[in-house]
Design a protein around this ligand. Structure first.
Ligand code: B12
Ligand code: SF4
Length: 604
């Protein structure tokens, strides 16, 4: 293959100075990710904040984390750590290519590795354009619906690639959980992307695509590649990942209609491979580990004789114990889970707390009863308090319990979690297709009930986003914050008011919120979010009491819910499911205990 050695004069919209190309001709395959998705030294929250705050608020991040841009390099200038997605692509490619042909680097170092030899620049991205749920909503609450910080940095990365003097020589392939945003917004040209891959890098189809790109063949705009069906086919990198992310499971099994990861096969990955990746992270200087999963509680119970929604307590405790006790692991952070397992097996939650709290970097001084005020904060989907809506979009979310009992499962699960110092971030979907005022009121009822019972979760409402390939892909909910009804706004602002409770214990907190939110409203938000936003914002600010706002007919304050206790929830299960419960949690139905006891006596 001929290798043009001169930079092209390709006309780009970006007028940055052209960097000098790599002296050795560059690497054949260069992997990268937006800076804001690669950093990990300031903890999970900085990335989540940058996904939601608009670029004009970057100063807030800079002040809080002045060193957030400082990243670590290997001696050859490649990235010391990269998101797990990049590492997986790297590991997949190293099955076919030599290590001196493939490199993973930070965006600022692209010029060191992209040269005349380069045939592919592959980008892994989580959320490049900020069109996913939560991200878009918050940027508009803060006064601009266009450009979250992460999106700004992602665009900057693509602009750099577009402006590279060797751009004509290589193909740009994008993958990762946010690739669909480029497909949906048709921003191929603007971002200079040749092809978006949907699916995992391990797939033979992905390798074939890279072969084609290296041969200089034209690539299709979009390629869907198959997800491996066998656990052995999932690869594990031997390098360091951002946040020490190591995959634990794929898929979920609860079949929520709006969910993307649930479309993948339900697989729990082998413990020895997980532990190998944990050790690889530590070896490469990582002190933190986080297992990537949609629901940590299915691990150890996939394709066994027990339904996956009855957690395998011993397996989970054994896995997490080995992880946190691995020499060098100083911090461990939970990712995602579901809430029903906390009702099914409260003792599991207690045992996990005993293991995990000492290594948790999260501190909630006003909430935690742990001596060092440590806490665990996994992400859990609450989504809706409306039974009608829940049945429609997530009828198995609470299994083994009936979706009819969803509010009870949420409240009882949260009670168990809070008692053990778990304060989850719980997502809610606002503006589901067909959502009525009645549905929103039922969700508000549940939110007020959480408050009434003194329970705590960070409630993160986001506007329904039809995610590609899901069973709700073609449906449309609310598309702009101006379309939100007063009740939908109220739900969102009530959630945020409750989230800020711990921060309001200081003498200055409540006053700062009052003045700050009214100031913001006067300055920017009135016009952007429309009149339906006004009273909910006043409620949020605390400038007028909720009681008075209700008296004035401006807000709905939720009615008390009658909910089931754990004993009643257990009694409501199908009798065939009782055998999977752990008696040491108590609350076993008498109808179950009696025959078991009789059988035990008979065998004496
Ligand atoms: C860990 C995690 C985080 C962490 C760390 C992320 C990081 N930068 O490392 C934190 C907590 C910071 C985070 C934040 C957010 N996250 Co997140 N996160 C995850 C989680 C649990 C695991 C991601 C992971 O590393 N998986 C393992 C790797 C190996 O998988 P992967 O990246 O998908 O890579 C595979 C393929 O995609 C492909 N691939 C990847 N890159 C490339 C590149 C090429 C070229 C090719 C060919 C293939 C390819 O190959 C890999 C396998 O071989 C996923 C759920 C999940 N189970 O995936 C959610 C998930 C990706 N996150 C999600 C969301 C919405 C967010 C936030 C927007 C939430 C918010 N509002 O704050 C933010 C955005 C952050 C940002 N920077 O913008 C959604 C994405 C939805 C979507 N499709 O748009 C997911 C799917 C969760 C969910 N159930 O909804 N997240
Ligand atoms: S419980 Fe969560 S991960 Fe599982 S299907 Fe529902 S939304 Fe998806």
């Amino acid at each position: 293959m001929s290798v043009p050695s001169k930079p092209s004069n390709r006309n780009t919209s970006n007028s940055q100075p052209v960097p000098e190309a790599s002296a050795d001709g560059g690497r054949m395959i260069v992997l990268t990710a937006p800076l804001t998705e690669a950093i990990d030294h300031a903890g999970y929250f900085i990335q989540m904040a940058m996904a939601s705050l608009p670029i004009w608020m970057e100063g807030v991040i800079n002040r809080k984390y002045p060193k957030w841009r400082e990243v670590e390099h290997n001696p050859d200038g490649s990235a010391r750590y990269m998101p797990a997605g990049v590492r997986l692509v790297e590991t997949s490619l190293l099955r076919e290519y030599q290590s001196d042909e493939v490199v993973a680097c930070f965006p600022d170092d692209l010029h060191k590795f992209v040269g005349p030899r380069t045939r592919v620049v592959a980008v892994s991205t989580h959320n490049p354009l900020g069109v996913t749920f939560a991200a878009g909503v918050y940027t508009s609450i803060f006064g601009s619906s266009k450009m979250p910080i992460n999106s700004h940095y992602s665009r900057e990365l693509f602009a750099k690639i577009k402006a590279n003097p060797y751009r004509d020589n290589f193909k740009v392939i994008v993958g990762g959980s946010g690739g669909w945003q480029i497909i949906q917004t048709n921003t191929y040209e603007e971002l200079s992307v040749d092809c978006v891959v949907e699916g995992r890098s391990e797939s033979e189809d992905t390798l074939e695509l890279f072969r084609k790109a290296i041969q200089g063949e034209e690539l299709p705009r979009r390629v869907d590649v198959k997800h491996p069906m066998e656990r052995e086919a999932i690869l594990f990198p031997d390098t360091r990942t951002t946040f020490g992310v190591v995959e634990m499971t794929t898929g979920c099994g609860r079949r929520c209609k709006f969910c993307v990861p649930d479309l993948n096969p339900q697989i729990d990955l082998p413990k020895e491979k997980i532990m190998g990746a944990v050790r690889a992270n530590v070896r490469n200087g990582n002190k933190q580990i986080s297992l990537a999963t949609e629901d940590m509680f299915i691990w150890g119970q996939v394709h066994t004789d027990t339904p996956f929604y009855f957690p395998n307590r011993e397996a989970l405790v054994d896995l997490y114990s080995d992880i946190v006790n691995t020499p060098g692991v100083e911090q461990h952070v939970l990712s995602h889970c579901t809430i029903a397992p906390a009702v099914v097996d409260p003792l599991l939650i207690k045992q996990l707390s005993d293991l995990l709290l000492p290594k948790s970097p999260i501190h909630f001084p006003y909430l935690s009863s742990h001596p060092q005020k440590k806490a665990l904060a996994p992400l859990i989907g609450l989504e809706t308090g409306s039974l009608r809506m829940a049945k429609q979009i997530m009828s198995s979310k609470g299994v083994p319990f009936s979706i009819e009992d969803w509010p009870s499962v949420v409240l009882e699960g949260l009670r168990v979690l809070n008692e053990n110092n778990w304060f989850p971030a719980m997502t809610l979907i606002v503006g589901n297709p067909g959502e009525t005022d009645q549905d929103v009121m039922e969700t508000i009822d549940l939110v007020y009930e959480i408050e009434r019972r003194g329970l705590f979760a960070f409630l993160i409402p986001s506007i329904f986003t039809p995610l590609h390939d899901t069973r709700m892909e073609k449906e449309e909910g609310v598309t702009q914050t101006r379309q939100l009804t007063p009740l939908q706004w109220q739900l969102m602002m009530k959630c945020w008011k409750m989230n800020l409770r711990p921060g309001q214990y200081s003498w200055w907190g409540p006053m700062a919120w009052r003045v700050g939110s009214i100031g913001m409203w006067l300055y920017k938000l009135r016009g952007l979010n429309g009149p339906n936003f006004t009273w909910p914002l006043l409620m949020f600010s605390g400038a007028i009491s909720e009681k008075n706002l209700q008296r004035m007919g401006k807000i709905y304050r939720g009615k008390p819910l009658k909910v089931k206790t754990r004993r009643e929830l257990i009694a409501s299960l199908k009798p065939k499911d009782w055998q999977y419960l752990r008696a040491d949690n108590g609350d076993m139905p008498v109808e179950y205990i009696r025959p078991v006891a009789a059988r035990a006596v008979a065998t004496l």
